[in-house]
Design a binder for this molecule. Sequence first.
Ligand SMILES: NC(=O)c1ccc[n+]([C@@H]2O[C@H](COP(=O)([O-])OP(=O)(O)OC[C@H]3O[C@@H](n4cnc5c(N)ncnc54)[C@H](O)[C@@H]3O)[C@@H](O)[C@H]2O)c1
Length: 269
Amino acid sequence: MLRLQGKVVLITGAAQGTGEGVARRAVAEGARVLVTDVQEDKGNRVAASLGDAARFVTLDVTREDDWRGAVATAVSTFGRLDGLVNNAALLAMGLIETTTVDTIERLLRVNQLGVILGVKSVAAAMREAGGGSIVIVSSVDGLMGMNGVAVYSCTKWGIRGFARSAAIELGRYGIRVNCVCPSAGNIDMVAPWFHTMNVARHERFLRDVPPILRTQGQRAGVTIDDITPAICFLLSDESARITGTDIAVDAGWTAGHVRPGLPGFLDDD
Ligand SMILES: NC(=O)c1ccc[n+]([C@@H]2O[C@H](COP(=O)([O-])OP(=O)(O)OC[C@H]3O[C@@H](n4cnc5c(N)ncnc54)[C@H](O)[C@@H]3O)[C@@H](O)[C@H]2O)c1
């Protein structure tokens, strides 16, 4: 039995990257999906490649009218709505002191308002379906602080708080709300910000992180293929008793740090 058999899932930011990966995995696990994004051509191509199990709708997550239209399309096309993956987001890197109000507002609107409108917009359809599962894609930057990403980090922490309150408020309708906090995703999200980095040092940073999980002595980097199973687990009934919490998909990055000199410290740490 495929674990998402019969379920209908709306995914935001699904024209590429993690969202596209979730759409492909959810269909492979038996779901029908509404692929949504502001990138129409790419989104249409992703949906077309998934056949009858997918349909594309343009959805700018900051526009409540778009949300109404997307939810109505999910219900009229597939008959119900069981899942929402709030995945769309923007990144900005820079110093707090030089970040413009325009950039701050853009991140708050897409990364936070977009998530809030998503939950607001799907609640009635999920109640109608007898319950549902909402997965909000946060980040390791929503679990810890880091220089250069303060505004992005603020948005990713904020939606974790929203998720908990939403889980409490919507639990009575059988609607679960959880977050996934990955340490990676589509490199294209980070690439436009390479100019703000000291690339040589950044390569060292990537080599050093995460320090916990190893396979045959190698540090394990997280890929989109590590993130999508966690999201599909939370969409499925296998997680029926899990709500208001987070799953970090970060190979142990946010577990803590390796302390030199204490037992368990290895020479190559
Ligand atoms: N890339 C990383 O390293 C990384 C790390 C941790 C967490 N994340 C998170 O993973 C999620 C997916 O990001 P990704 O890595 O696939 O990056 P991505 O840039 O490939 O995907 C983001 C998608 O969101 C869409 N989008 C942007 N603004 C939108 C709007 N207003 N309305 C609807 N769609 C919009 C984009 O068109 C794009 O398809 C995001 O929530 C991101 O914060 C990414």
